[in-house]
Design a protein around this ligand. Structure first.
Ligand code: SAH
Length: 240
């Protein structure tokens, strides 16, 4: 990724260097303008939601932190002696993670990795990088390649159907919508505008169904307060 198109990475680098950052804006056709408070990307274990703490507590063996951002999860695991590797496509986030002391950092696209890991973490709605439901089968074929035998993927997501609920509690989706959790985002920080990207929010039932079709099982470990959940995905050996 070109650093001129890396708004989140620039915000992370600024916050790391100066202890403050400007607004990290998020645009999506579906939502009002929004922003990500940059300091939350630097959260400590105590400040993390239960789902993230649980995922960290369950990480074992060689562990991959996908879309690691500022390295907040990798740093906790590293301190605990877990063999963790952080991966991110953002060059400025990768540089910041190195400065913060994350020992194993890869500047790469998750989908281009080929080593195997016992635990794969995708946190802060990390499974979002799959982008669309259509890409799910490719995602599971990639897991076949990089998840070690007996390995686990720990990811979080949310059921965002509440976004389409009216005052009476009726849910109606726009007719042209393939799946309501398929969003498209653009981020901006200062004068840096990122490229638009697909981001997926998937409800647990849909994730379970698609995982099963692709030879994987999903267990919901934590249900959060905002329709969010933590899932553990493992290879479904019964069907082999
Ligand atoms: N996990 C971190 C950051 C979440 S933001 C946290 O919880 O705070 C999502 C991160 O995923 C960003 O840093 C972005 O650069 C990274 N990312 C997006 N697509 C990616 C891909 N295909 N491969 C690796 N990293 C990716």
């Amino acid at each position: 990724m070109d650093i001129k198109k890396d708004p989140m990475g620039r915000a992370i680098a600024d916050y790391h260097r100066t202890g403050k950052a400007g607004r990290l804006r998020v645009f999506s056709p579906m939502f009002e303008k929004d922003e990500i408070p940059v300091q939350t990307l630097f959260r400590a274990y105590e400040d993390m939601p239960e789902s993230e703490r649980k995922a960290l507590d369950m990480a074992k063996g060689s562990t991959l932190d996908v879309g690691a951002g500022s390295g907040c999860h990798s740093l906790v695991l590293q301190q605990r002696g877990v063999d963790v590797t952080a991966v991110d496509i953002s060059p400025l986030s990768v540089a910041t993670m190195k400065e913060r002391g994350v020992k194993n950092v890869l500047e790469q696209d998750f989908f281009a990795l080929h080593e195997r890991y016992d635990t794969i973490l995708m946190l802060m709605n990390g499974i979002g990088i799959v982008g669309t439901l259509e890409r799910m089968p490719d995602f599971f074929r990639h897991l076949d390649r990089i998840l070690a035998p007996g390995g686990q993927l720990l990811c979080d997501s949310s059921d965002i159907s509440y976004v389409f609920e009216d005052e009476d509690g009726n849910i109606e989706y726009p007719e042209d919508m393939a799946y309501y959790g398929e969003l498209n985002y653009t981020m901006q920080y200062k004068n840096i505008m990122g490229a638009a990207f697909d981001w997926l929010y998937v409800d647990a039932e849909t994730l379970k169904r698609i995982a099963k079709e692709n030879g994987y099982a999903v267990e919901v470990l934590v249900e959060g307060k905002h329709y969010d959940y933590l899932a553990r995905i493992t290879k479904n050996n019964e069907e082999e």
